[in-house]
Design a protein around this ligand. Structure first.
Ligand SMILES: NC(=O)c1ccc[n+]([C@@H]2O[C@H](COP(=O)([O-])OP(=O)(O)OC[C@H]3O[C@@H](n4cnc5c(N)ncnc54)[C@H](OP(=O)(O)O)[C@@H]3O)[C@@H](O)[C@H]2O)c1
Length: 406
């Protein structure tokens, strides 16, 4: 690929695709040429200087194209398109976490069979170079534990909840939607599905363990309500993704957590993401940056492009370690679903857990195994992990208009 410009097929010209085009034109036009841009709705595009096509698969079959960038999203036709591009021996760069989380293994194998690269830095953490750090620089450090804020939408909502002492959760959600931080159906972000996909991708690169998103218990923020606002008096609420490699397997879970000033994520606000890696040889490392948006995400795509000929070292699959749900969590707050308090208390008793009733419909569990917490979720609207520094004896619910402590 030396001498002449590298020829690129760009699939998608939306929030991310447009910025990929702009960044390549502005900074790398001497080295790369985008020869074709696939879109779906030509009537939505008025630009006259862009080589648009509606024939997505033409990009995969064009013999002059060496690199395909896929930013259309979703499973189909992205899956078939990427497969075909790899079979045609094109390097593929994608931001598609959905596809990589579910079909990464198959697509990586296909890339390897065809002697090309499949790179997807933009699929996790927006602008944060987490996957290349795991592939190259941090490989030798031996990762033990990963903790992350890896969903910008929910971090934005929780930041606003913290700041807006008198705003209702409903108002904050509407504001997030109007700013483009939430889809019309917010489940993908608020139920932790987006985080499950990203965490499954991280698990592969950090530990070589194939994990499917659904194997990771995710405790939802969907029913966060004004009744939970009082928690912000004791710390800052964050929606944390967790992985820990133990001798028994891989612990993986997604849970809202209350963190206090000493936590490295205390000041990670709004749409920012952060990932902390605890390693055997170098202790703790934190990466933080914008986790979404056109330009930050396009940066990761262009970074992949600049290193497209650099084969990442092969990840050794760990067939011994599997995801387990035995981890014991300390101090977890649960708010019962309407009319389910009795059932929640009964279930807590059945499992022999030590708990304290807080107000009429909330419980704080002293400790709880992850698998049991997942069962208790049937009766609870919200589960939040509390820091040890917050003594459960002192927790008192107060009306949501109580001003938050920042
Ligand atoms: N937005 C972010 O902040 C962000 C962050 C990280 C990762 N990502 C990932 O990046 C990818 C793209 O996201 P986005 O926000 O840029 O999406 P988007 O704004 O909805 O853009 C999607 C683009 O793909 C085109 N497209 C859709 N189906 C197509 C088809 N069958 N053939 C040809 N073109 C097709 C659309 O064409 P039309 O314009 O003609 O409709 C549009 O230009 C997704 O995988 C997403 O998860 C996004």
């Amino acid at each position: 690929m030396s001498g002449k410009k590298i020829r690129i097929g760009l699939a998608g010209f939306g929030v991310v695709g447009k910025q990929v085009w702009e960044q390549i034109q502005a900074d790398h036009a001497g080295q790369y040429e985008i020869v074709s841009v696939a879109i779906k709705h030509p009537d939505r595009h008025t630009e006259t200087n862009i080589p648009f096509t509606e024939k997505l698969f033409e990009l995969a079959y064009d013999p002059s194209v060496q690199v395909v960038i896929e930013v259309i999203g979703g499973i189909q036709p992205a899956h078939d398109f990427i497969r075909e591009a790899l079979r045609q021996k094109k390097h593929v760069i994608t931001a598609n976490k959905f596809l990589i989380a579910y079909h990464g293994e198959e697509l990586r194998a296909l890339a390897s069979e065809n002697g090309v690269n499949l790179l997807y830095e933009a699929s996790v953490g927006g602008s944060i170079p987490i996957l290349s750090a795991l592939n190259f620089n941090l490989r030798h450090h031996q990762i033990r534990q990963v903790t992350g804020i890896i969903n910008g939408s929910t971090n934005y909502i929780l930041t606003r909840l913290q700041q807006a002492g008198n705003s209702t959760v409903q108002t904050i959600l509407e504001e997030a939607r109007s700013l483009g931080f939430l889809e019309a159906d917010p489940s993908y972000d608020l139920k932790g599905w987006d985080i499950q996909q990203k965490l499954a991708i991280i698990a592969w690169h950090a530990f070589g363990i194939p994990v499917l998103p659904a194997q990771i218990p995710a405790f939802s923020l969907m029913n966060l309500s004004d009744e939970d606002h009082f928690l912000t008096r004791y710390g800052r609420l964050k929606y944390l993704a967790n992985l820990e490699r133990t001798s028994a397997g891989l612990d993986a879970w997604i849970l809202p957590e209350l963190i206090t000033g000493e936590h490295p994520f205390y000041d990670i606000r709004n749409e920012y993401n952060a990932i902390r890696l605890n390693t055997r040889y170098s202790g703790s490392q934190v990466l933080a940056g914008k986790g979404a948006g056109g330009n930050p995400t396009a940066c990761s795509i262009v970074a992949d492009l600049l290193s497209v000929n650099h084969h990442p070292p092969e990840i050794k699959k760990d067939t011994q370690l599997v995801v387990n749900h035995n981890r014991i969590l300390d101090q977890v707050y649960l708010r019962a679903k309407k009319g389910q308090t009795k059932k929640l208390i009964q279930a807590v008793g059945t499992h022999g857990l030590i708990s304290r009733l807080v107000g009429s419909n909330r419980i704080v569990l002293k400790t709880v195994p992850l698998g049991v917490l997942a069962e208790l979720q049937t009766f609870a609207d919200l589960a939040v992990s509390l820091p040890k520094s917050v003594f459960i004896e002192k927790i008192q619910p107060v009306p949501h208009s109580y001003p938050a402590v920042m």
